[in-house]
Design a protein around this ligand. Structure first.
Ligand code: BMA
Length: 864
């Protein structure tokens, strides 16, 4: 197929709310907000309170216009069509003034024949995009009864009536930016006979081979015969350098086609393919499939793997376990929201960075959450290549939705398109109907009063359209009705049920319960739970001026979209910690608190494997600079939670917790496929660094399981203290023993493959009489063979135990090899600072620069 790529600089035209006309250049693919910022019509909405001044952009219509030139041959000798990956959202497309096609859904692909509208020479293309907010209001006024949705501090109304990213309208972590735009590719296609609409595959394992069923949908402009070719190639990674592509199977034939849509089904036999595995379990071989029909072709990457969602009655209720190639996978990861509130800023580099960050923190799964977007191709390609499993929601969230025909028919096109587009991505392991819509039936007065009516609406959409299309088009992939839910056929609200299905356990955040409340539930699969923190000082500096550097300042509160967010952070801090002495310490401690909350849950739930088989916290990333539940800030800085996640998600891990009883449990966790031996070192210490009790023993961690290694009674620990230090447990010289001591547990893996440390306070940190410590820091550069500085080492030591030691590289973006550390006297920690993949020559950046920018926080240093 010949393509004329229409991306590049277009014109954007509109009128602001006062009727003043705006005409600016816009880069396509891209969105109107980004063009208006670029051309200084509006100020960057991520800074200060500028968002409020830009809301008019979503209330007016916008015209996207470009010109292109065609040779007469293209016009006369080919059939031609226009293609848009995504038009956001309510739009009409015109070629040379003639209306070509309409669309009302940014999640469908738009293709339309244009041959009769094109001329040789200069042509004009216009896309008129209506105000999404006005459209939503108009549709709302036509509804027979109200259909509510969750509402956040800055909110565009009736977002549930527009098929656009739901969080564009504002969320409890997102600004309200009702963007319009054209995303992905925009091109004109020229073909001699017809175009391939979709190529999709189904894999089936037979006794001696695999069957690869290929379905080709070909839209033909003519009737006659045409060539059809299919070729499957070995994964690139299997080829030695210089090898030619190795053909696994190929076929080529002449087929006859009728004008209109033609469907061809072909089955290839593949003997002993190399299996695709999630990260940590094996490799990710991808076979290339190429299909050619006439002069059009499609190429995709195929992975061979078996997939099952084990949902079986058992002693605890009903399981929810992903099984891949026969292996039960403990899923670890987080929820994924869009990379940026402004689509123009969703660059491939940022996808790659975030996915690498997930992998570096030992994730094996991401949940593409239903209030965001079906992700861009690059996302799924990276997940396929790197072995990151994807839980894929359909894009409905925290709302009730209409079940009228105009809406259902629109949604149906979307679901059909997205399944055909995505189903061959081997990383996707689940289709999930929506986020929290089942639960939302209980959120609104109207639906509580008339649950029947709204439940019928819910079911018509969710099972009648979404679920049915999944079962028709992708029968071998598991269908999960909603997150959370107890599973197919169950319409109960699963928020508080840990016996079956997936669970969103929000009691610690939304209900203000203690972190220990996590010990009250053992979800079968925890798909959401979270705790907020502030972003780093560096990120705050990018949106708030110096007079706003206070957590209750107007700008700081503006960049917090949970109505009680900052209060919850503060109130929790007062329960667990001593109030920090300054603004930066506040930010630091909020991140410690967040990491501790999530770690409490993960330490416990991982220890409960196989009852619990998945943990995905809320949320990996941010769409703008904001105080939120993310572990990676807008801009890419890792919060302390992300460093904590790297440790608490590591395949070999030691959990330490006191779940209510007067006993500390030490549990070894091994997610790998091999038994592992190591040494367990337990130290019961005081805050001067004195060891009150010490024990070291060999341990064996069985593969793919968890094992209780030791139980230590608090009573016994108190005796050790009394025996060593003297005095009684309630002496009047100052507090209880629990407030003067802590436990430090190290798991040293045999064969030098590292160690894991965990520590436990026996009382809340604010009660602990932690001694002031003096931390020593030395830095030095690490160079590559060309003398370029690629990273830095930071040597840390202390004279007294130091907790939650956190390095902050200030202006320099980068990732530390370790952070959020428990440091004991007498030991030295060498930490590498990786400049985020960038190579700096000595002149750009030096040890002194790093020393100047480096700040070290630790718990005792955060208060006087
Ligand atoms: C969950 C999510 C989001 C929300 C988050 C924090 O329920 O599904 O809707 O942002 O809680 O409140």
């Amino acid at each position: 197929m010949r393509k004329i790529d229409l991306s590049g600089v277009w014109r954007l035209e509109g009128k602001d709310e006062r009727g003043v006309s705006v005409k600016v250049p816009i880069v396509i693919p891209g969105d109107n907000y980004s063009a208006l910022i670029e051309n200084r019509v509006i100020e960057d909405p991520f800074i200060d309170k500028n968002e409020a001044k830009s809301l008019w952009v979503g209330r007016v219509d916008w015209l996207f216009r470009c010109f292109f030139t065609l040779e007469s041959e293209s016009v006369s000798e080919y059939f031609s069509f226009i293609h848009f990956d995504s038009i956001d959202t309510i739009a009409e497309v015109f070629v040379n003034g003639e209306r070509v096609v309409d669309t009302r859904n940014m999640f469908v692909r738009v293709r339309a024949d244009v041959k009769r509208f094109l001329v040789a020479g200069r042509n004009e293309l216009k896309v008129l995009i209506r105000s999404p907010q006005q459209y939503a209001m108009q549709m709302a006024s036509r509804l027979p009864y109200s259909i509510p949705h969750s509402v956040y501090p800055v909110q565009s109304p009736h977002r549930n009536l527009v098929r656009k990213v739901q969080s564009h309208s504002g969320w409890d972590w997102a600004p309200s930016l009702m963007v319009s735009g054209l995303y992905g590719s925009v091109y004109l296609g020229f073909v001699r006979n017809g175009r391939i609409e979709y190529v999709t595959t189904e894999l089936a394992k037979r006794e001696s081979h695999w069957e690869l069923e290929i379905k080709i949908e070909f839209y033909s402009y003519v009737s006659g015969s045409i060539s059809l070719g299919i070729i499957l190639l070995e994964p690139q990674s299997f080829l030695a350098e210089g090898d030619k592509d190795r053909v696994v199977v190929a076929l080529s034939e002449i087929v006859s086609v009728e004008e209109g849509l033609n469907v061809f089904n072909r089955t290839l036999e593949v003997k002993n393919p190399e299996l695709w595995w999630p990260v940590g379990y094996g490799d990710q071989p991808l076979y290339s499939l190429r299909v050619e029909v006439g002069d059009d072709s499609v190429e995709k990457q195929i992975g061979f793997r078996e997939l099952e969602l084990l949902s079986r009655d058992d002693a605890w209720g009903r399981s929810m376990t992903f099984v891949i190639n026969g292996r039960k996978i403990f899923a670890k990861g987080a929820n994924w929201i869009p990379v940026d509130a402004l689509p123009s800023r969703q660059t491939n580099e940022r996808y790659e960075y975030l996915i690498n960050s997930a992998l570096r923190a030992n994730f094996n799964m991401l949940r593409v959450w239903g209030g965001g977007q079906y992700e861009r191709d690059v996302f799924y390609e990276l997940c396929d290549r790197k072995g990151l499993l994807v839980w894929q929601d359909f894009m409905f969230s925290c709302a009730l939705y209409p079940s009228e025909d105009w809406f259902l028919q629109n949604v149906k096109q979307e679901i059909v398109h997205q399944i055909k587009r995505l189903k061959d991505h081997v990383s996707i392991v689940l289709w999930c109907g929506n986020n929290e819509n089942l639960g939302a039936l209980n959120w609104f007065e109207v639906s509580r009063k008339n649950r029947d009516r709204y439940l019928v609406d819910y079911d018509r959409l969710n099972e009648g359209i979404v679920g049915r299309v999944v079962k028709d088009l992708d029968p071998s992939r598991p269908w999960w009705p909603s997150s959370p839910s107890a599973g197919p056929g169950d319409y109960t609200d699963n928020f508080h049920d840990d016996s079956k299905g997936d669970m969103h356990y929000w009691s610690v955040w939304h209900e203000g319960r203690d972190f220990e409340a996590y010990y009250e539930v053992i979800p079968r699969f925890s798909s959401e739970f979270g705790f907020q923190s502030f972003p780093s000082f560096q990120t705050i500096k990018e949106f708030a001026r110096v007079d706003q550097w206070n957590i209750t300042s107007p700008v700081m509160e503006y960049h917090q979209r949970h109505p009680r967010g900052n209060s919850i952070i503060l109130e929790t801090m007062a329960r667990y910690f001593r109030i920090p002495s300054g603004f930066k310490e506040f930010l630091y401690l909020s991140q410690v608190q967040q990491a501790l909350a999530i770690k409490t849950a993960v330490d416990y739930w991982r220890a409960k494997r196989p009852r619990c088989m998945g943990v995905l916290y809320w949320q990996l990333n941010d769409v703008w600079p904001v105080s939120s539940w993310s572990s990676v800030e807008y801009g890419g800085r890792w919060k302390l939670l992300h460093y904590a996640a790297r440790r608490f998600y590591s395949p070999l891990y030691v959990s330490v917790f006191q779940s209510g009883k007067k006993v500390v449990e030490i549990v070894g966790i091994n997610d790998t496929m091999e038994e592992v031996t190591g040494r367990l070192r337990i130290r019961f210490m005081d805050f001067f660094g004195g060891v009150l009790y010490e024990d070291e023993e060999s341990v064996t961690l069985p593969s793919e399981g968890s094992l209780l290694l030791r139980e230590l009674s608090i009573e016994a620990l108190l005796h050790f203290y009394e025996a060593k230090v003297g005095g009684s447990r309630n002496d009047d010289s100052g507090g209880k023993i629990e407030e003067k001591t802590f436990l430090c547990v190290d798991l040293l893996i045999e064969g030098g493959s590292g160690s894991i440390r965990n520590h436990l306070f026996l009382s809340r940190p604010k009660n602990c009489e932690i001694e002031k410590s003096l931390l020593q820091v030395e830095t030095g550069p690490v160079t590559d063979s060309y003398g370029n500085v690629t990273s830095y080492t930071i040597k840390l030591s202390t004279d007294k135990p130091a907790f939650y030691v956190a390095l902050d590289s200030g202006e320099f973006p980068g990732i530390f090899s370790d952070n959020f550390i428990t440091l004991l006297p007498g030991e030295e920690r060498i930490i590498e600072f990786d400049l985020d993949g960038r190579v700096f020559s000595d002149s750009d950046f030096s040890t002194t620069d790093l020393m100047d920018e480096l700040t070290i926080f630790h718990l005792r240093g955060s208060y006087r």
